[in-house]
Design a protein around this ligand. Structure first.
Ligand code: SF4
Ligand code: FE
Length: 484
């Protein structure tokens, strides 16, 4: 059965890479002191592999491959039914609940499901052979239980100009050369979730392209260790707390996310891994489908929301105010917002449909509405969590002070709340809420909710395109007998 254990996954990503961190070049990252910063994001992906081994989560975490008939990790599955779309979001909520952060593996999953139908449609129109090529590639991914990153966002240069009008042609990744074995590409892909600890990445264009922009209409699979790939680790709030010995300062000290700035410097892509090359007329479909699938994926934030609601409720208990009516009302508001996000994730999955290629896709309008809500509600849920936790989340002394033989006992005395509550547990909880509401995990819970899978305006454009305003005008005209 092609399911990697967490340990096998960890061993399989220990490959020399071209990584920069704090200005230092690092290739064997797992042996470097900065590994303490990287490790939580690897722990998170290990958790996906671990959950897939557990019988109680088998129905969510695994699926039967329609390509090989084997049991595979759901993150490598091509959706075969509405049920698969629903199981996808349930799985994402579960992993959010277990890790309280971004678990990184959804991007390549969503890219694969988009390419599956787009390559089929390209072949139908142009008699090309991309679909079988993609299927062969994806069978290897399923067999090896690879973690596939997904690379879409280019550095974009001057946002007011098209790719071909940029002063620097590399502002958008493009083909710079080719031979009979493949192509060479140059450019950068930014905000690359989990790129460092993935095995391979699927690269896609970042926008719908026009005539003359064929060199930018390129999609392919690439090993993340390929020659010419340069990774720069994204700096995040309080990240160096992970280098300290005082583990609890980190908040979520087990799990975390990771964002990489990736440069492609004349990277070679062999023909068998190219899934689009010059087909500008299909770039819009690929970009929109990927965005739709990935907006559905933001069900992940409901799982993180569950943990944050639990943390806020626990902090109320620790403060002895859990029965106060305004506290209960704030918890209800947090739950209401989180379940509204969940309702949208379920709705866009339940209203999915079958593509001609045979795979299933979410409802585009509802996926965009879902993600639009995700750009807002986690901020309010986070605000309410901060409200319930109290001002101590930004004034708490350090772990070193609490453990100090000199000042520690006095801090313990004045941080005590209810008799049965240990000050150390209260400290851990407050640091955890700090982490999610304003620390490193808030980048994932809030800012990634804002900008991930496209910033809010991108969803508003899709909502206006999908809404059918003319049909709504027709409705009122019919009722009022207006014929023109
Ligand atoms: Fe998956 Fe959510 Fe992270 Fe995107 S933000 S990769 S959907 S866990
Ligand atoms: Fe993301």
């Amino acid at each position: 059965m092609p399911l990697k254990t967490p340990e096998e996954y960890l061993e399989s990503i220990k490959r020399e890479i071209n990584l920069y961190m704090f200005g230092e070049k690092i290739s064997r990252f797992w042996e470097h002191p900065y590994y303490k910063i990287i490790e939580p994001s690897i722990n998170t992906v290990k958790k996906i592999y671990a959950l897939a081994q557990k019988p109680e989560y088998k129905h969510l975490m695994t699926a039967k491959s329609h390509l090989t008939g084997e049991t595979i990790n759901r993150f490598t599955h091509i959706h075969q039914s509405i049920d698969d779309l629903l199981l996808k979001v349930e799985m994402q909520r579960l992993i959010g609940q277990k890790t309280a952060c971004c678990f990184q593996r959804c991007v390549g999953f969503d890219a694969a499901n988009s390419l599956y139908s787009v390559t089929w449609e390209m072949d139908k129109k142009n008699n090309s052979a991309y679909h079988d090529r993609f299927k062969n590639y994806w069978i290897e991914v399923q067999k090896n239980d690879f973690f596939i990153a997904g690379s879409m966002t280019d550095s974009k240069g001057d946002r007011g100009k098209r790719p071909i009008d940029q002063t620097d042609p590399d502002a958008y990744l493009h083909i710079v050369d080719e031979n009979n074995k493949g192509i060479f590409v140059t450019g950068a892909k930014v905000h690359q979730t989990g790129f460092l600890n993935s095995h391979q990445a699927i690269v896609m264009p970042t926008l719908a392209l026009r005539k003359g922009e064929e060199d930018y209409a390129v999609s392919f699979g690439i090993d993340t260790t390929a020659k010419g790939i340069i990774m720069i680790y994204g700096r995040q709030t309080s990240d160096t707390r992970k280098l300290e010995d005082e583990l609890f300062e980190v908040g979520n000290f087990k799990y975390g996310g990771q964002e990489i700035f990736v440069i492609f410097d004349n990277v070679f892509v062999p023909n068998e891994k190219i899934f689009m090359k010059g087909e500008i007329e299909f770039t819009g479909a690929l970009v929109n489908r990927f965005a739709g699938y990935h907006r559905q994926s933001y069900a992940c934030k409901t799982g993180v929301g569950d943990v944050l609601i639990g943390a806020a409720a626990l902090s109320a208990q620790y403060n002895g105010v859990e029965r106060a009516s305004h506290i209960r009302d704030k918890l209800v508001e947090m739950i209401h917002l989180n379940e509204t996000l969940w309702s949208c994730a379920v709705a866009c999955s339940a209203k999915g449909f079958k593509r001609e290629a045979g795979n299933y896709e979410m409802d585009m309008l509802l996926a965009n509405v879902a993600k639009q809500n995700v750009t807002r509600f986690p901020y309010e849920i986070g605000r309410l969590a901060e409200d319930l936790a109290g001002g101590i989340i930004c004034t708490m002394p350090s772990q070193k002070d609490i453990e100090s033989s000199e000042i520690g006992p006095l801090i313990q005395k004045y941080l005590s709340t209810c008799e049965e509550v240990s000050v150390n547990d209260r400290f851990k909880l407050i640091r955890f809420i700090e982490n999610l509401s304003m620390g490193v995990a808030s980048l994932s819970y809030k800012t990634e909710s804002l900008h991930g899978a496209g910033s809010p305006q991108a969803q508003r454009i899709m909502i206006s395109r999908q809404a059918g305003i003319e049909d709504k005008i027709r409705l009122v005209k019919d009722i009022l007998d207006i014929s023109s």
